[in-house]
Design a protein around this ligand. Structure first.
Ligand SMILES: Nc1ncnc2c1ncn2[C@@H]1O[C@H](COP(=O)(O)OP(=O)(O)OP(=O)(O)O)[C@@H](O)[C@H]1O
Length: 241
């Protein structure tokens, strides 16, 4: 087996008395697209922040394939800078000709050629997400973390962006972790789907990336059942209570 890009072992995260994560272990293999799904408050974003090293776990270890692993996060709001043009949002207003050229190339890759001088407020929802993706790709990351990036889009644009992101990630063999509430999106985009529930990774199944709509629907159904199943811990609590 190849070396994991990132490997989480027995991760716990506590915020005061709140056990946000309890004994979570999984890894991401090179080029793999993994989706984390689950109800709100289950611990998905906390996992992403820990992997991005924005926070430290209370216990457990996170190992990276490379100490200098380039990781980028794309958030739902895109974190765009409204006072800067599209090009400057990607180049971070660098004057260096090489950076400018790379920024233009990255904008072309996400389908925003010709929008260099446009401001984010003048872009559609889908275009804004393309710009946010371009900002993340500008650093040529080895690990891309997507925190519910398509949540604010209408259904059609969302579907369109799903295939677009899949294509971009495949083309650059990017290792990707997607957080989403949408089980269909997870099944459609991922090689592997992990259900996070009450701070635990409770279920894992192969995704249906590149497979038939029927297979996508089957995986989504299976995942949804796990998410909606009564929680064992809650049942335990009821019995004891
Ligand atoms: N900075 C923080 N301080 C205190 N508690 C936090 C903090 N961040 C997250 N939590 C708690 O940790 C738990 C997991 O939250 P997290 O945001 O990871 O869930 P999530 O699955 O990503 O939810 P959502 O889908 O709504 O984003 C929740 O109970 C939340 O209240």
């Amino acid at each position: 087996m190849t070396k994991a890009v990132v490997k989480l072992s027995h991760i716990y995260k506590q915020y005061g008395d709140n056990h946000a994560l309890r004994d979570v272990s999984f890894d991401l293999q090179p080029g793999e697209f993994v989706a984390l799904v689950g109800m709100s408050g289950g611990g998905k974003s906390t996992l992403l922040r820990l992997i991005a090293q924005l926070e430290q776990p209370t216990a457990g270890t996170i190992e990276y394939a490379d100490a200098n692993l380039v990781t980028r996060v794309m958030f739902q709001d895109g974190r765009l800078l409204p006072w800067m043009t599209t090009l400057n949002n990607v180049s971070f207003a660098a004057h260096d000709a090489k950076v400018q050229a790379r920024a233009k190339k990255t904008l072309t890759a996400v389908g925003l050629a010709g929008f260099e001088e446009t401001y984010p407020t003048e872009l559609s929802g889908g275009q804004k997400q393309r710009l946010a993706l371009a900002r993340a790709l500008m650093a040529d990351p080895e690990l891309l973390l997507l925190d519910e990036p398509l949540g604010a889009l209408d259904a059609l644009t969302r579907r369109n962006m799903q295939s677009f992101i899949t294509k971009i990630c495949d083309a650059s063999h990017l290792t990707t972790l997607l957080i989403t509430h949408d089980v269909d999106e997870a099944a459609r985009m991922a090689n592997r789907v992990i259900v996070v529930k009450n701070g635990r990774a409770v279920f894992e199944t192969p995704g249906a990336k590149g497979e038939s709509p029927e297979r996508v629907a089957r995986v989504a159904d299976e995942v949804l059942k796990v998410i909606l199943a009564p929680d064992d811990q809650a049942k335990e609590g009821e019995r004891l209570g």
